[in-house]
Ligand binder design. Structure first.
Ligand SMILES: Cc1ncc(COP(=O)(O)O)c(C=O)c1O
Length: 404
């Protein structure tokens, strides 16, 4: 056997040890411009890449990390992802992934009922989950256009473009939610996309509109997991949708690339997006061909934590967002964009000329920025259960103290 393909306990142990090392003084590897003729060996490659790959990465689990929808991942997912990489199963072929396919079905069966859906499959992200859902909508409901709010994720416009469908936007209200009063009265040829947790603002579109169009798709990429927590009722109405997208690599703490597209009538939707092939034992469902056993890491975490473990972490993230909201709301030098609906907090200094000054004082990775109707806002996303909000508040205080 070629030993490069066998379990190398020392090598893997070394890889784990390197994860503990502090590479904060970044030594970026001077990579050869051209593919080397001779390799340096796996252990040497690991050692020389570690400072760049490990030291050069943003640490999403740092106490100051609060900027994006990208969470840290729990260690059980690292272990299962290692197994997946070693096995390299392909869920396209039942013969190469007999059990992994069942695990994907099980994880979908665990999660779909929270959203009132009866099945679905995994995709590498919600961009593809949205595309798959709208593809099914075109095939099953004969839709000719996609309607979404101005705050909808760009993947919706992209999906409409790929599918040759017209794309129409509806204005948002002061909270960032779709202004339902501006929806067209006739949506008999439309797919209506409602967002639960808009990318910039975290706003929730009026889920009461679910079912008013030929097809309703709910893009719950970010905030879907709230449905598993004490905030479940924020998503009431989602159960009437025809399809739902949820990114597991966002608030379900999964390594990328992990998401779900879920359907109300999975048999019909899957049949509409399936192709057979002479070399296939079963039809290929959805956009992907070969795809891996991403579901096993999600299943492992759900088995380890249970629903309560997910709820506890998502609720803790919501608490962090609420603490930041309270701080901003109580300081009249600051303006809150709106009451945060799903763990995303937007604010700015009342004196907008201070925007760049304040941004420079905030820890790297703590803050992203977004613009809404021409106005610039600081954006914080409560994706990191280990974030220490007192540090962030202290930094904001410090930045303001210098100028007031
Ligand atoms: C509301 C919403 N929908 C869809 C997406 C796309 O998801 P992904 O990045 O998993 O492809 C995002 C990503 O941020 C999002 O915020």
């Amino acid at each position: 056997m070629d030993k490069e393909f066998a379990v190398n306990s020392d090598g893997l142990h070394q890889a784990v040890e390197l994860m503990r090392r502090d590479f904060s003084k970044l030594e970026v590897l001077d990579l050869p411009v051209e593919l080397p003729e001779l390799g340096i060996g796996s252990t040497n490659a690991l050692n020389s890449l570690a400072p760049s790959i490990l030291g050069g990465a943003a640490r999403l689990g740092e106490v100051t990390s609060f900027a994006h929808m990208d969470p840290p991942t729990p260690w059980i997912t690292w272990a299962v992802t290692l197994w997946n990489a070693s096995l390299n199963q392909n869920l396209l072929h039942p013969a190469t992934a007999p059990v992994a396919r069942q695990m994907e079905q099980r994880v979908v069966a665990w999660l779909a009922p929270f959203f009132g859906m009866n099945g679905g499959h995994m995709t590498p992200g919600s961009s593809l989950a949205n595309l798959t859902a709208l593809w099914a909508a075109r095939e099953c409901a004969g839709i000719a256009e996609v309607i979404a709010s101005e705050g909808a994720h760009l993947s919706i416009a992209k999906a409409a473009h790929i599918l040759g469908l017209k794309f129409r936007t509806v204005p948002i209200d002061a909270m960032g939610s779709m202004d339902a009063a501006q929806l067209p009265s006739d949506m008999s040829k439309s797919a209506l996309v409602l967002t639960v947790g808009a990318t910039s603002t975290g706003a929730i579109d009026p889920l009461g509109m679910t079912g008013r169009a030929a097809w309703t798709h709910v893009d719950a990429a970010w905030a879907g997991p709230l449905r598993m927590s004490k905030y479940a009722n924020l998503l009431d109405g989602i159960e009437l949708a025809d399809s739902v997208a949820v990114s597991a690599h966002k608030w379900l703490f999964q390594p990328k690339e992990s998401a779900l597209v879920l359907f109300k009538d999975t048999e019909k939707a899957h049949a509409a997006v399936s192709f057979g092939g002479a070399y296939l034992a079963i039809p290929n469902v959805g956009v992907l061909g070969s795809h891996g056993a991403t579901a096993t890491a999600l299943l492992a975490m759900l088995l380890a934590w249970g629903r309560q473990g997910v709820a506890q972490r998502v609720e803790h993230c919501m608490d962090l967002a609420h603490r930041l909201r309270d701080f901003v709301a109580a300081d009249d030098r600051l303006v809150l964009y709106a009451e945060p609906q799903t763990g995303i907090v937007l604010w700015r200094p009342r004196d907008e000329t201070l925007f760049d000054h304040v941004l420079q004082q905030l820890p790297v990775g703590s803050t992203s920025t977004t613009s809404i109707a021409g106005g610039k806002w600081f954006r914080h996303v409560a994706a990191n259960p280990s974030a220490d909000i007192d540090i962030l508040i202290g930094n904001i205080h410090g930045a303001l103290a210098e100028r007031f």
